[in-house]
Design a protein around this ligand. Structure first.
Ligand SMILES: N[C@@H](CCC(=O)N[C@@H](CS)C(=O)NCC(=O)O)C(=O)O
Length: 227
C-alpha cells in the first residue's frame, strides 16, 4: 500500500523536525518507501485530514496516523514481518519511557534554546508571527530571552545525558548490539540542532558523539543527507 509521510521543511529545504527524523529513521529501518509531503509551521490546512495540526503524519492506504510515537507503534503492528522497531512489550515499555524522557528532559530544553534559529530559518510561507506568539506564550518569555539562556540549557542537557554516554561506552547502540527505535528517538532529537549547524554536546559526550555519527551513517547515510 502507498504511504505518504508529512514532514516539516525550512527555507533551505532542510527537514529538521526531531519527530520527523524519528519517523524517517523508522521507515528506513522497516524498509518502507514513502512519498514525502513537505509542510511548514502553521501549515494547518494541509494536515486537517489528520484531525490535528502537527507533523509528522503518516497516511497509509488512506489511514492517517499522527504523533511520532503512535506512528512507530503503528508501523510495528501494521508491518510485523519487517524488522521490529521495538522488541515485544518490554521493548515497547522501555522505548515509551525513553520517548517521554527525551522529550521532557532533553527536547524541551533544546528546542526552546533554538527557537530564534528556527524562526530565522522558517519556510517563507510559514507564519512567523504565529510561531513567535505561541512559543512566547507557552514559555512565558521572549524568544530572545530563551536564546540568552542557551548555555544553561546546554549544561543541563549535558548533565542529564551522562548516563546515556556511559551506556554508549559499553554498547554500540541505545537498543543494544543493533540499532532500533530507542536509537531513533534520541538521534531524532539531536538532529534538530545538527541540521541548524549548532552543537549542544560537550566534550564529555564522547560516546554519544561516536554513536550519533554511527546512526547518521545507517541506511546509506540517511542522517547525513542534506534534505
Ligand atoms: N508529540 C508529537 C510532537 C509533534 C510536534 O511538536 N511537531 C512540530 C514539529 S517539531 C510541529 O508540527 N510544529 C508545527 C507548528 O507548530 O505549526 C510527536 O511526537 O510527533
Amino acid at each position: 500500500m502507498a504511504i505518504t509521510f508529512y514532514d516539516l521543511v525550512d527555507r533551505e529545504g532542510r527537514r529538521y523536525s526531531p519527530y520527523g527524523w524519528r519517523v524517517r529513521m523508522a521507515l528506513a529501518h522497516k524498509g518502507l518507501d514513502a512519498t514525502v509531503e513537505l509542510c511548514w509551521h502553521s501549515d494547518k490546512k494541509k494536515l486537517a485530514f489528520s484531525g490535528q495540526h502537527l507533523v509528522p503524519v503518516l497516511l497509509d492506504g488512506g489511514k492517517p496516523v499522527s504523533d511520532s510515537w503512535n506512528i512507530a507503534c503503528y508501523l510495528d503492528e501494521a508491518y510485523p514481518d519487517r524488522p521490529t522497531l521495538m522488541d515485544g512489550p518490554q521493548g515497547r515499555s522501555f522505548a515509551g519511557f525513553l520517548n517521554s524522557w527525551t522529550d521532557t528532559i532533553i527536547g524541551r530544553r533544546l528546542v526552546r534554546s533554538l527557537y530564534l534559529d528556527i524562526l530565522r530559518s522558517l519556510h517563507p510561507q510559514a507564519d512567523a508571527r504565529e510561531f513567535r506568539r505561541r512559543r512566547e506564550e507557552r514559555n512565558g518569555a521572549t524568544l530572545e530571552a530563551l536564546h540568552a539562556n542557551r548555555a544553561r540549557d546546554f549544561e543541563d542537557i549535558n548533565r542529564a545525558m551522562l548516563p546515556l554516554n556511559d551506556l554508549l561506552a559499553r554498547q554500540p547502540f541505545v537498543a543494544g548490539a543493533t540499532p532500533a527505535y530507542p536509537d531513533y528517538i534520541v538521534f531524532g532529537t539531536l538532529q534538530m540542532p545538527r541540521r541548524l549547524g549548532i552543537e549542544p554536546l560537550g566534550p564529555q559526550q564522547d560516546s554519544v558523539m561516536r554513536w550519533r555519527d554511527a546512526v547518521a551513517k545507517l541506511f546509506n547515510g540517511l542522517g547525513d543527507s542534506t534534505s
